[in-house]
Design a protein around this ligand. Structure first.
Ligand SMILES: [Zn+2]
Length: 256
């Protein structure tokens, strides 16, 4: 099963103020300390941090993406921000530590999530305009697989393919669902069914029968019929295929 790493506890504002006070003394030992130091987390888009010194008050706003960052990263951020503010050389280690953290996968993922939440459109990924594949996967995994499937990369296709509605890429452990299904007019059970079908490919793997690649074995098909809305989904998809406009972005069919 997929496990998450427990987050580092978020430091208090008093701890953060103390951290900045300590760095201030270190970077500018001969300069008078600001009377007040305010450090807060702020929901910026992406990892932005700001610092301002006015009338003896130092105000620091840190991206809330840093709220569960390791202490070493917050130290580095304090060094960078104060170095810039006070026009002093920034300790090289600070820049390295911060750069490595910002590049690290969980941070980038969180940044992407935050961008989505705050209204930035993403062209691909698991969050579509109408449906989010991530909770659908979790629900189906619990309901039909006892949570046993390893989470693949989930993504909506970039192109609106109508002929291929879903695809499991075993090499990259990725499920791609056609963006045509990410629409208000598509009922949830249809999206779930197509995703469920691809999840069965994860479960069954690729089997070969008589030298031919055949992935829809009888066992696969039996599992498919366990889907609670199997009949309505098949029916809906048949109409969708028959009635829909001809796709433009798919490969030309061979003439026969
Ligand atoms: Zn299939």
């Amino acid at each position: 099963m997929f496990k998450t790493v427990p987050p580092t506890p978020t430091p208090s504002e008093a701890d953060l103020a103390e951290l900045f006070r300590r760095w201030y003394r270190y970077i500018a030992p001969r300069t008078r300390l600001p009377e007040t130091i305010h450090v807060t987390f702020y929901p910026y888009v992406g990892i932005n941090n700001t610092i301002r010194l006015k009338d003896g008050v130092l105000r620091v706003k840190l991206s809330d993406l840093l709220a569960d960052a390791p202490a070493s990263v917050l130290e580095a951020v304090a060094g960078i921000l104060l170095g810039k503010l006070l026009r002093k050389p920034i300790p090289p280690k600070c820049e390295d530590v911060f750069r490595d953290y910002a590049r690290s996968l969980p941070v980038r993922k969180a940044a992407e999530h935050v961008r989505r939440e705050r209204g930035y459109k993403v062209v691909s990924g698991e969050q579509g305009e109408w449906y989010d594949l991530s909770p659908l996967f979790d629900r189906l995994n619990e309901a039909y697989f006892n949570g046993s499937l390893t989470r693949p990369m989930l993504t909506w296709s970039r192109a609106r393919t109508r002929r291929i509605l879903g695809h499991y890429d075993a090499t990259h452990h990725a499920i791609v669902i056609s963006r045509t299904l990410d629409a208000r007019t598509v009922p949830p059970f249809v999206v779930e069914y197509v995703l469920y079908h691809e999840m069965l490919h994860v479960k069954h793997g690729v089997e070969h029968i008589g030298g031919r690649r055949c992935v829809h074995t009888p066992a696969f098909q039996a599992d498919e019929r366990d889907f609670v809305d199997y009949e309505p989904a098949i029916h809906w998809l048949k109409n969708f295929a028959d009635l829909g406009p001809r796709p433009r972005a798919v490969k030309r069919r061979k003439k026969s």
